[in-house]
Design a protein around this ligand. Sequence first.
Ligand code: NAD
Length: 283
Amino acid sequence: MGKLVYGSEISADLRAGLKDRIDGLKAEGKRLPCLAVILVGNHPASLSYIKGKEKACASVGIDSRMYHLEETASKEEVIAVIEECNQDAGVDGILVQLPLPKGLNEKEILACIDPDKDVDGLHPVNVGRLYLGEDGFRPCTPLGVMEILQRMGCDPDRKRAVVIGRSSLVGAPVARLLQDKGATVTIAHSHTRNLPELCREADILIVAIGRPKLVGPEYIKEGAYVVDVGINRTEEGKLVGDVDTDAVLDHVSAVTPVPKGVGPMTICMLLMNTMKSYEKRTA
Ligand code: NAD
């Protein structure tokens, strides 16, 4: 029987370490790390994500500043807030909550963030740094996936990895990070033929598709390490991943559940990236 590895537990552990470090800064009377979060409009899911981020920051002692702009805010108004945060020496990380209202070009807006405060790792400069193997901010969900693999006891070096999903937010950067760790990586997607057969070659299988329980035992090599990034809501309102966890559990070394898997790691990596920025800026 394989092991169920909970991102929620790994995240709690990392957050406790982070809190200790920030408690130490407080005790020394130092400035605390600070994350600026910019929300445009009132998208209900975004409002709830923002609250989650604010709470997560508070739980470890990171200051958070919330900038809430009207749904009708112009490109210039959004960029002016980003510029203010870029210039503010007290701000270590800047996050623009996506999606932005229609009429605002996300790429254009994200490109205005100072790359050295881009804790979401989505600025083109940081994407370039990732592909060039240079130091920079990596996107939070892929970072969370790599941390989970490490905690599973899986060293990607010399292993065969298959990543299902090629999005610039998850699949493509995860593949790049795995390659950096020495894995031989194949990226599969909706046009890939013989997907189960291809996945059965994988010592490491990362699934980031958005199709409830698509991946069953026929996709699994015995003893594989499987990370399920997918989040899907069933008709009954239940959250499920892309992997049929119960069905694959007997065949894997380890697999993450949904919920309590990759989800909590994403927000945790945002906190870690904010701390990384703070440490670089105060070094
Ligand atoms: P996306 O829609 O941008 O990309 C999905 C990818 O899956 C595409 O590359 C597509 O080609 C591929 N795909 C779709 N159907 C397929 C199929 N039948 N077979 C093989 N490949 C297929 O989505 P995304 O932003 O990469 O997110 C993927 C999933 O991860 C979603 O469920 C999303 O909700 C979830 N997600 C979770 C977190 C988290 O924190 N846990 C973060 C981001 C995304």
